[in-house]
Write a protein that binds this ligand. Structure first.
Ligand code: NAP
Length: 255
């Protein structure tokens, strides 16, 4: 087994087929965790396991990583995953990373109800459903755990064109703090990360002019790398952060 700060732990990562979720699988596996990569796009989750985990870099002793299809906005899909995981691993994951997320940007005056709802279904309700399902399993198995929710800096400050997205991410912050209060007595910690502008497929849709304007507001003068978020995810997942719960950590280059 790889000696690392999450050695021997089982970690579920949603949105694991891309960006921050994929980087989280990479760093968690590097630090010794067995990784369950779950994504709406099954093929991309498989690619994460095959090409982006410690297993892929030559070690065959990092555990039994696996990829699964999952739609976090769909209760049945989550319960299906839960059943498969119980069968395969016999115990629930003790690290849960909620990274699945979408944007449907538009000006408030033009935003459709569908685009408001779909963003909330994935970003907010999806985080709720995953937390509820897996925290319940942890309490029933009397296991401690760590949940890390990926919110966003725009959940704190807002952003033009993102009334739906920023509201969903503000909701994740409130939900994280409330869940931490409820789950502390079970030794389940819940924290949120607020990334700034991170270089993933999600920001590829941002117009170049807007990107240039954003860069001027970032003291470190560059976009973040998904791995820089994943390092914080892994720290919050590990016992290195054993007295940290209900908090938010900004990973923004100072934005
Ligand atoms: P990304 O590269 O687009 O990755 C998100 C992943 O989630 C994709 O693989 C996507 O699959 C998947 N996904 C979408 N809907 C899903 C669903 N219903 N169930 C399961 N998986 C689903 O984006 P990212 O930048 O890594 O974002 C990761 C998280 O960080 C998100 O919550 C995002 O809001 C947050 N965040 C990102 C930034 C940034 O600058 N990149 C900043 C702040 C916060 P498809 O590609 O098939 O849709």
């Amino acid at each position: 087994m790889v000696a690392g700060i999450v050695s021997g732990r089982l970690a579920l990562v949603t949105g694991a087929g891309s960006g921050i979720g994929r980087a989280a699988c990479q760093v968690l596996s590097r630090e010794g965790a067995t990784v369950i990569a779950a994504d709406k796009d099954y093929e991309s989750a498989v690619e994460t396991i095959k090409k982006h985990t410690a297993l892929a870099s030559g070690s065959n002793a990092v555990g039994d990583h696996c990829a699964f299809e999952l739609d976090v906005s769909n209760t049945k899909s989550i319960l299906d995953l839960f059943t498969k995981l119980q069968r395969q691993y016999k115990a629930p994951p003790t690290i849960i990373i909620n990274s699945a997320g979408i944007t449907r940007d538009n000006w408030l005056l033009k935003l459709s109800e569908d685009d408001f709802n779909s963003v909330h279904d994935v970003n907010l309700k999806g985080t709720f459903l995953i937390m509820q399902t897996f925290a319940k399993a942890l309490t029933e198995a009397s296991l401690p755990g760590s949940i890390v929710n990926i919110s966003s800096i725009v959940g704190k400050y807002g952003n033009m064109g993102q009334t739906n997205y920023s509201a969903s991410k503000a909701g994740v912050i409130g939900m994280t703090k409330s869940a931490a209060k409820e789950l502390g007595k079970f030794n389940i910690r819940v924290n949120a990360i607020l990334p700034g502008f991170i270089d993933t497929p999600m920001v590829k849709t941002v117009p170049e002019k807007v990107k240039e304007g954003m860069l001027k507001l970032i003291p470190l003068g560059r976009l973040g790398d998904p791995t820089e978020v994943a390092e914080m995810i892994t720290f919050l997942s590990s016992d290195k952060s054993s007295y940290i719960t209900g908090t938010t950590v900004e990973v923004t280059g100072g934005f």
